[in-house]
Design a protein around this ligand. Structure first.
Ligand code: 9MG
Length: 282
């Protein structure tokens, strides 16, 4: 009931008040084919149980998505995406803090009606011309992520003049677009899109120079959890995923360089690591 009341009765607080630094976003992929957790949430009861466990373990929000965005994946129909996520949102949308991971306005609209408070759009409002209007109309939070190309081809030789400058210019432009479309700036967070059209070196350079992106003045989301660059630097050139200790190290490094929201699969371990990192920072 908390989310519905916030949406219909009053404004949500600014996103940095609702999700202070560091906050953990737990990943609930309702997909058969994600590299890191494909299939584990396909049954609604499993997705619901995992979402509840993540919140119990300290996640500030759970990110529910039905369309895989792993490298090489193709698009999914609206009907199929709705069929995957709606049963889960019907169970938890009013009970838990939920983000909907979608680039489709209709999926976002239906998820918001069921209680989602954040739209995680990996296309940064470029995938569906109606998405900005849906988010602006609901007055909810949105995450605008950088991606070079499309999931099917994005890892085929991605190139930048300077990856940080290019990602920063993109995020700045999408932030302006969102505000001009009527989304309040204090509702928006930004994400460099680790692994979305980036080499291993691009990914690590983005974290190394994250302060250049925090200069945009919006909270940053970073999702390095289980991504293949982590497995590759550990010596497996064909790695499709990365292990937990490397995921935690990357999340802590990102937090120390200014990330606010860490998007992760293993909530308890990341919450513990970030709690210790935060105690060090003071
Ligand atoms: C859906 N999804 C997969 N990886 C992601 C990341 O790094 N950030 C965001 N915002 N979404 C992601």
């Amino acid at each position: 009931m908390r989310h519905l009341l916030a949406v219909t009765v009053g404004r949500l607080p600014p996103i940095d008040a609702r999700l202070p630094r560091p906050s953990v976003m737990g990943v609930v992929n309702v997909t058969p084919d994600s590299f890191s957790d494909g299939g584990v949430n396909l049954r609604t009861e499993d997705a619901v149980a995992n979402a509840r466990r993540m919140i119990d373990e300290g996640a500030a929000i759970v990110d529910v998505g039905g369309e895989s965005t792993r490298p090489g994946s193709g698009p999914l129909s609206i009907e199929e995406e709705l069929a995957r996520v709606l049963p889960v949102l019907e169970e938890i949308g009013q009970e838990l803090p939920v983000s909907i991971d979608t680039a489709k306005a209709e999926v976002a609209r239906r998820a918001i009606a069921l209680g989602a408070e954040l739209v995680n759009d990996v296309t940064a409002l470029r995938g569906d011309p109606r998405m900005a209007e849906v988010v602006a109309g609901a007055g909810l939070y949105v995450c605008l992520m950088h991606m070079l190309g499309k999931p099917r081809t994005m890892q085929l030789d991605p190139r930048y003049d300077d990856v940080v400058d290019d990602v920063k210019a993109f995020l700045e432009e999408r932030l302006r677009f969102a505000v001009e479309a009527g989304i309040a700036e204090d509702r928006i967070c930004l994400d460099p899109g680790i692994g979305f059209g980036k080499t291993i070196e691009h990914n690590f350079e983005l974290i190394r120079r994250l302060d250049e992106l925090t200069a945009l003045g919006r909270p940053l989301v970073v999702g390095f959890s289980r991504k293949s660059s982590l497995g590759k630097i550990l010596g497996d050139p064909d790695a499709k995923t990365g292990p937990l200790p490397a995921s935690i190290a990357a999340a802590v490094a990102a937090y120390e360089r200014g990330a606010t929201i860490l998007r992760v699969h293993d909530v308890r371990e990341h919450v513990e690591a970030l709690t210790a990192a935060r105690a060090v920072v003071g």
